[in-house]
Design a protein around this ligand. Structure first.
Ligand SMILES: Nc1ncnc2c1ncn2[C@@H]1O[C@H](COP(=O)(O)OP(=O)(O)OP(=O)(O)O)[C@@H](O)[C@H]1O
Length: 222
């Protein structure tokens, strides 16, 4: 299986008034082009930092990151941003943070597509996600789980090849989290690469690969 990401000895530091804090250190990891890869580990272990590197938001301070063979660390900010817009869809923990509150459900999908300079068919995407008939609704009429589904729909609308999600179930009740788990299963069946950080054991068990972090280091990949 081809790798979409290849990381070799990757490190990221944060400069704080109290000194330099290591976000991740010496992470070597290959991520295949489809299936779910879960980034697991206790709070502060570096999951979000690693996701930001994979989301091409954070160039590595040390080591090498390759996305589809291209050396991300050697790219300028603008080139990374273009790659990100073209290929990546990022879903944050808090459902409203992923959506534009002043637009309808369908217009959120259209705006997502426009930002990637592509067009989409909102009704088709909503049907794929079990949100049929909600196109004209305000997003506040959707439950938290439905809003997260729509956020994944925005990644579909943008024709992203890789979907990254930072603890997408952590702010949801169990029924809403179930909706998100179903959506992840659907995306995997569609052959997307899904990279997700989580403490949620049900989500972790969906992962074909689970990379466990501790104190910024990769502890195991299984
Ligand atoms: N913007 C920042 N400035 C300074 N230190 C940071 C910053 N972001 C993360 N860190 C530090 O980097 C380390 C890894 O943090 P990170 O948020 O990646 O962990 P995490 O596993 O995602 O944690 P959580 O599960 O609590 O979100 C921690 O020591 C954290 O305090």
């Amino acid at each position: 299986m081809p790798e979409i990401f290849k990381l070799r000895g990757v490190g990221v530091d944060y400069r704080t008034p109290a000194g330099v804090v290591t976000g991740i250190d010496d992470v070597t990891l290959d991520i295949p082009a489809n299936g779910v890869t879960v980034l697991a580990g206790p709070s502060g272990s570096g999951k979000s930092t690693l996701l930001r590197v994979l989301g091409l938001f954070e160039p590595p301070a040390r080591g090498e990151v390759r996305f589809q063979g291209a050396d991300v660390g050697a790219m300028r900010h603008r080139a990374r941003r273009e790659l990100r817009r073209k290929h990546l869809g990022l879903i944050l923990q808090n459902p409203p943070d992923n959506l534009l509150g002043y637009l309808s459900v369908a217009d959120n999908l259209r705006a997502a597509a426009e930002s990637a300079k592509v067009t989409c068919r909102p009704d088709d995407i909503l049907a794929q996600l079990g949100l049929d008939g909600t196109g004209g609704w305000d997003i506040t009429a959707l439950s938290g789980g439905q809003q997260q589904r729509l956020a994944f729909g925005c990644a579909l609308a943008r024709q992203a090849t890789v979907i990254l999600a930072d603890e997408p179930t952590s702010q949801l009740d169990e029924a809403s989290a179930d909706l998100v788990l179903d959506t992840l299963r659907y995306l995997v069946a569609q052959d997307f690469a899904v990279l997700v950080t989580s403490h949620d054991e049900r989500l972790i068990s969906l992962g074909a690969r689970v990379a466990r972090l501790r104190n910024g280091k990769l502890e195991s990949v299984a």
